[in-house]
Design a protein around this ligand. Structure first.
Ligand code: DMJ
Length: 719
């Protein structure tokens, strides 16, 4: 904070104003008051920044296609883990240094523009590293600058006057767009920068409370201000899961503290059982993503503890390898399908304690992105092969229309029961189909085929429309595909709209993807379905008293349910009137009114914004974020917690903060309000815990190594 600058209000002050008692009843009004204080100077600053801020992300993803990389792969495969980690880090750090990162680029250009010969200082814990230049010397005080702004304003006014009605709700508005909001008050660029800063504030409020009251514990209970371990010495559950969000937010001192704790206190050598899936997606995923981001963005939260002069952190990769060596024991079952749990010290897989020892299907099939990226980094092929094998065993069941029952035995690789859903225990199987295809640069078409088949199955068996307003939903088939459709949708299913859009455009914007010869009516229809489901998920938030969705929503549907082909047109807006017709379509049972600060809807909003460039998805995200600020806070200006009842005001608080609040929910808010070239979707895949991995080439070492058995039109295997 620049204390000499009266306009540069501290972020936290702004947040406290937003969260003040008055705000409880009139958050929009108070927010406006904060805005007024900012606007004049923000416009001036932004005007300057807009002129010279069309920077791009450094292209220093390791070039896995490079022949040199293949040689490196061999070296990795033949050397010990420590030297391997070092070699890998140094290999990428060379390119990292030639692309000295976003800040350096911004600083260089902005500095040059204002004749500032000196590199800008790297302040710790300033959340403006990407891409705001508020840490820049306050040039707006210079006379020359004021003159420049005057001229600029005249020009903008002149051109703006001739552009009335030409504004679009897209990511890239014309230069004068920030000055002239559209009639709905949407689209001003400076809003998004400030909104993003407030996400950082929310993050630091949560993190700092955890640091103060529960440091090193796996669980944090924000109401009682207590921590608890999940296993004897803890797993770093919250610290490791939150690490890459802090790197993205450039929270250097906090990253440094986390790293120091990991270096001195974190051990996986514990005679304790842990859940294979949760530990993989949160801990292994968190470590790998931290490794990736610290190499890809060496100027974000830079640390010098590890390898002076080199970007990236060997520690993260060393810890990841150690953990993965233990977790991989879960795959040592008769079928290759992983056991539900692992004993970390004994390197031993353990069957589930219920469901006859069967593993969850989603859990068994959502480890692939992590183990494949680790294999690529370490050159250890067995990580790849074990993860890949699971997909073959699962697919060999020949599930009808690509829709899988939610349990599978590790013993024989056969499904248990017929319960089919895209909510809990089913969800990330589908997510990882399309993401595996994207992760390996579309070199494994088998996963696209499986994704397409499953999506066809979803349309055929699970999609229907509600009554009376015709919202599109994805229901469940608890008794198999020939059984009755249950109109129940877990909040977890709301990952689906974003994932469908990702599958349709493969990470491009919709506008760019449409220009390709590969764009067909199918992709068109997929985008339509994605939009409709996104709308329904947003309705889950609009429906409750707090504006925060319940864990499970039921819908009112016809009997028999309308087929996917039925005409339907849900209302575009959610009328705020408590008696509005659309509310009749939604129903939440008293057991399901809790809100666990889950990420799926904001995750999909992030994808939908990036892909469609429709500003409404950002606006919905902002509205949702404000509801979290308003109703999930523990005390005024305090940290945040889950809710036991999100459908009354004031809500009933629940004394628990899930690690995914920091790892996923706030990360997706941050990305939703960030420029679109931060972690671009054609370069990065997010694991199911929002940890970012690079898209890479498979190289010579790795292969899919299996083929699908021939099957009929319903997907059943032909004998
Ligand atoms: C996260 O741990 C992951 O997103 C997982 O895939 C589903 N459940 C939580 C978030 O809701």
């Amino acid at each position: 904070m620049n204390v000499r600058d009266p306009f540069n209000l501290h972020r936290r002050s702004a947040l406290s104003i937003l969260k003040s008692t008055a705000t409880r009843t009139a958050i929009g009004v108070t927010e406006r008051a904060v805005e007024v204080g900012f606007q004049a100077i923000e416009k001036s600053k932004q005007a300057v920044e807009d002129l010279d801020m069309s920077f791009t992300v450094p292209k220093n993803v390791p070039s896995f296609a490079n022949p040199q990389r293949v040689v490196e792969d061999r070296i990795w495969g033949n050397s010990a883990v420590t030297s391997r980690a070092g070699a890998g880090t140094r290999a990428t750090s060379a390119s990292a240094h030639t692309n000295a990162g976003i800040l350096a680029g911004v600083q260089g250009r902005v500095g040059g523009f204002f004749d500032n010969k000196h590199a800008l200082p790297m302040y710790k814990d300033k959340p403006y590293a990407y891409p705001l230049s508020q840490r820049i010397k306050p040039v707006w005080r210079k006379k020359r600058f004021l003159g420049f702004v005057l001229v600029l304003f005249s020009l903008l006014y002149y051109f703006g006057a001739f552009q009335k009605g030409s504004q679009t709700d897209t990511a890239e508005r014309p230069l004068w767009g920030w000055l002239k909001q559209d009639s709905a008050g949407r689209g001003a660029k400076f809003d998004w920068n400030r909104r993003r800063d407030m996400v950082v504030d929310a993050f630091t409020l949560s993190w700092d409370a955890y640091e103060r009251y529960a440091w090193g514990y796996d669980e944090y209970h924000p109401v009682s201000k207590k921590g608890k371990q999940m296993i004897a010495k803890g797993l770093g559950w919250i610290i490791v899961d939150a690490l890459d969000t802090m790197i993205l937010m450039n929270l250097t001192s906090r990253v440094s503290h986390a790293r120091e704790w990991m270096a001195t206190s974190l051990t996986y050598d514990q005679d304790q059982d842990v859940n294979t899936f949760e530990t993989t997606i949160r801990m292994l995923g968190g470590l790998l993503s931290a490794h990736y981001l610290s190499n890809e963005y060496p100027t974000l939260a830079p640390l010098a503890d590890d390898d002076p002069g080199a970007a990236g952190e060997d520690l993260y990769l060393e810890k990841a390898k150690d953990l993965a060596d233990r977790l991989v024991a879960a795959f040592d079952s008769p079928s290759g399908v992983p056991y539900a749990s692992v004993n970390l010290a004994k390197f031993e897989g353990i069957p589930a304690h219920d469901e006859g020892g069967a593993s969850s299907t989603a859990e068994a099939t959502s480890l692939q992105l992590e183990f494949k990226y680790l294999a690529k980094l370490t050159g250890e092929k067995y990580f790849w092969d074990k993860a890949e094998k699971v997909m073959q065993v699962v697919d060999d069941n020949g599930a009808q229309d690509g829709l899988l029952p939610i349990y599978i035995y590790a013993t024989d690789g056969k499904f248990r029961g017929q319960n089919i859903r895209l909510g809990s225990r089913g969800d990330s199987y589908y997510e990882y189909l399309i993401k595996q295809y994207l992760q390996t640069s579309k070199q494994e078409p088998i996963y696209l085929e499986m994704w397409d088949e499953a999506l066809r199955g979803v349309r055929k068996h699970l999609v229907t429309y509600t009554e009376p307003s015709r919202f599109t939903i994805v229901g469940e088939k608890p008794s198999g595909l020939s059984g009755k459709l249950s109109p129940k949708m877990d909040h977890l299913v709301c990952f689906l709209p974003g994932t469908i859009a990702l599958g349709a455009t493969k990470g491009l914007t919709e506008a760019d993807a449409r220009k390709l010869p590969t764009w067909t009516e199918k992709e068109e229809a997929d985008m339509k379905l994605a939009r409709e489901l996104m709308h329904t998920c947003w309705g889950m938030y609009k429906w409750t008293a707090t504006g925060l969705a319940a864990e499970i929503t039921y819908f009112n549907i016809a009997d028999p349910p309308l087929p996917e082909s039925a005409p339907h047109q849900a209302p575009a807006e959610f009328d705020e009137d408590p008696a509005a017709e659309w509310r009749k379509d939604y129903d939440v049972h008293s057991n399901d009114v809790h809100n666990l600060q889950r990420p799926e809807t904001v995750e999909s909003l992030f994808y939908m914004w990036r892909i469609t460039e429709d500003i409404k998805y950002r606006e919905w995200g902002w509205e949702m974020f404000k509801s979290f600020l308003k109703y999930a806070e523990v005390e005024e200006n305090g940290d945040f917690t889950s809710l036991s009842n999100a459908n009354i005001i004031p809500p009933v608080l629940r004394d628990n903060m899930e690690s995914f609040w920091l790892a996923e929910t706030l990360k997706y808010f941050y990305l939703l309000f960030s420029p679109n070239d931060l972690l671009p979707l054609d370069k990065v895949v997010f694991n199911t815990e929002a940890h970012a991995f690079p898209i890479f080439q498979m190289g010579q070492l790795f292969s899919t190594g299996w083929e699908r058995k021939p099957r009929d039109t319903e997907g059943k295997i032909i004998a």
